[in-house]
Write a protein that binds this ligand. Structure first.
Ligand code: URA
Length: 234
């Protein structure tokens, strides 16, 4: 792909704006030699104002989503995209979250511009478990783990029962829940179905990938090794 299109698609500006950047000599190779709009060169060898180019399409990143941010491209209030460089908001192909976390849920969120990878991650065939830590309004009764593991729990307005899920009690009002599917507001609705209420919810893990030491609002790009770890059985 010609550099003009590559760089415009990465969100550095409209084609017109990027063409002007070429004319100003802002786009160079690693030795500082000026590059031209119709050059075709590996993205890793391109600098924009002496900085490496953002990764070309095919990126996967993990974000520690804070409470109060919405997984949407356009919504009022804070968006997860506000936590990334502004260019990432307008990349083509677009970057989107792999599934969603509620505005009031924090924790591990994956984002990618690779549609095939997104489908592979969310596909039931991949069987990637998702692990949540929930703080509850009421003490656990003691029968929740059996109900969640039964494979017969029906949520309101759903046509099929939930797949078995594993509940680990941490304290009377705290539990870790491992899901093998992703339905709308699933964790909150599961606890509501057993007469409780989720006060706070945090996703700790997807497949073999944990949040590590990322602070709320921080993100990092994942490489091939990370992707292999994501798909590895935890
Ligand atoms: N289940 C929920 O209820 N909310 C989330 O954000 C994720 C899973």
């Amino acid at each position: 792909m010609k550099l003009l299109r590559l760089i415009a698609n990465l969100g550095y500006g409209s084609r017109k704006q990027v063409a002007a950047m070429f004319r100003e000599g802002l786009i160079t190779d690693l030795d500082g030699e000026v590059l031209y709009a119709d050059d075709v060169i590996d993205a890793s060898k391109v600098l924009v104002e002496d900085e490496p180019l953002d990764p070309p399409p095919g990126i996967l990143l993990m974000l520690h989503k804070p409470v109060g941010y919405t997984c949407s491209h356009k919504d009022q209030g804070r968006l997860i995209y506000d936590l990334l460089p502004p260019r990432y908001h307008v990349r083509k192909p677009a970057l989107s979250s792999v599934g969603r976390l509620d505005r009031d849920t924090s924790g591990l969120l994956l984002m990618t511009d690779d549609g095939a990878l997104l489908h592979r991650i969310i596909s039931p065939k991949s069987r990637l478990p998702k692990v949540y830590r929930a703080t509850l309004a009421e003490d656990l009764r003691g029968d929740e783990a059996a109900t969640f593991a039964s494979g017969t729990l029906m949520l309101e307005a759903e046509a099929t029962p939930l797949l078995p899920a594993e509940l680990e009690v941490i304290s009377p009002r705290e539990a870790r829940l491992t899901l093998h599917e992703g339905r709308y507001h699933q964790v909150r609705r599961m606890f509501a179905a057993v007469g409780n209420h989720v006060e706070s919810l945090h996703r700790q893990r997807i497949g073999g990938m944990a949040l590590e030491d990322l602070e709320a609002g921080q993100w990092r790009q994942l490489d091939e090794r990370d992707t292999a770890q994501l798909f590895a059985t935890p």
